[in-house]
Design a protein around this ligand. Structure first.
Ligand code: C2O
Length: 354
């Protein structure tokens, strides 16, 4: 059966890890709608202008200033209007609610990772987040940048996120990500010690493998069928690599001591409950989302799933005007129809057949 929207009445305490301590605040959407049955379905607005998402390492200072302004306005809402769904923490908590056990459907826990819900959930999440940022700076063409980690020049933290004290900076990152260090897209912990050139070439080979060789049909790319309440999901190729290694690479080292004196559970990027507290989360997921479009262009059997259980699965979000909506997977398959697209960037990994 398709996955229905969360049951707000049973929204409860999220936990930091499956058997770990509780998240010390509520992750449930605030204000919480009283009745899921009265929430309308979202209709894609007819667009005048398309938002074009740019590679994060290529944006100019004017864009960086706008982006910083928009994020700082979101962060101000946390203090001034804690119940405003456009607030920065409110937005981050969406990830916590959908992934750390707060939202349930009946008795069963909702989890949007490790299954075919991964791509559509994050697409809709970023869709509303991007419109909110645009709304906060009165720019209906504002588009999220994408962290172009599939291109050698993009295989490091985009520099605009590394400016200490700026709204895009996050103190809860592993210091290893600073100052232009090249990442290992395949690492779940220890980075390979080798030259930058070798790392980049390894990364391109991984990209080829996870976009082409190992992702020859929809279930391999999107991930396994979603079974409610089960934790035995099957990840799609890109969710597994490089999506998860990027999270782990950026977040603080597990079991280290955080700036606030507490033990690290990978915060921020390395744990579902806290990942979206790092502004780079959305920039990372913008590229994950772009991979969905790129994958469909490779050909063969690489097209969207046709199963109704996928197409009719639903999520809940607030839009940029603070109105609550239900959305369906079937309405997020074409980003142009959703009013945004990706500025092209060379897909050099296509030439890195292992
Ligand atoms: Cu919802 Cu990158 O995880």
């Amino acid at each position: 059966a398709p996955s229905p929207p969360p049951d707000f009445k049973t929204c409860g305490i999220a936990t930091i890890t499956a058997d770990g301590p509780p998240v010390p605040y509520t992750c449930c959407h605030l204000p919480m709608p009283s009745n899921v049955n009265t929430i309308p379905y979202y209709k894609l607005p007819s667009m005048t202008k398309v938002r074009i998402r740019q590679p994060a390492h290529t944006v100019d200072e004017e864009f960086i200033a706008k982006y910083n302004l928009a994020i700082s306005r979101m962060k101000e809402l946390d203090e001034k209007e804690p119940l405003n769904p456009l607030g920065f923490k409110q937005q981050a908590n969406i990830h916590c609610a959908y992934c750390n056990g707060a939202y349930k459907i009946g008795e069963k826990v909702l989890q949007v990772h490790q299954s075919w819900l991964f791509f559509p959930f994050h697409r809709w999440y970023l869709y509303f987040y991007e419109r909110m940022l645009g709304k906060l700076i009165d720019d209906p063409t504002f588009a999220l940048p994408y962290w172009n980690w599939d291109l050698p020049k993009g295989m490091r933290l985009p520099p605009m996120f590394d400016r200490e004290g700026s709204p895009l900076y996050d103190e809860r990152r592993n210091p290893q990500v600073r100052n232009g260090t090249v990442m290992d897209l395949g690492s779940f912990g220890d980075q390979v010690q080798t030259t930058e050139l070798q790392l980049m070439s390894n990364n391109l080979t991984l990209m080829y493998r996870h976009m082409v060789t190992n992702a020859s049909c929809p279930l391999l790319f999107f991930g396994g069928r979603y079974v409610l309440g089960s934790t035995q999901g099957v990840q799609g190729t890109i969710e597994k690599i490089p999506h998860t290694p990027v999270h782990i690479w950026v977040g603080t080292k597990k079991d280290s001591i955080l700036p606030n004196g507490k033990k690290s559970y990978g915060e921020d990027m390395g744990n579902f409950y806290s990942a979206a507290l790092d502004p780079v989360f959305y920039c990372h997921h913008s590229n994950v989302d772009r991979m969905w479009n790129e994958w469909k262009q490779i050909g063969g059997k690489r097209r969207d799933l046709s199963q109704k259980d996928w197409l009719d699965s639903e999520f809940f979000f607030y839009d940029e005007n603070k109105n609550p909506y239900l959305v369906k997977v079937r309405d997020c398959l074409d980003t142009k129809k959703m009013g945004y697209d990706y500025a092209p960037s060379s897909t050099v990994w296509r030439n890195f057949k292992p």
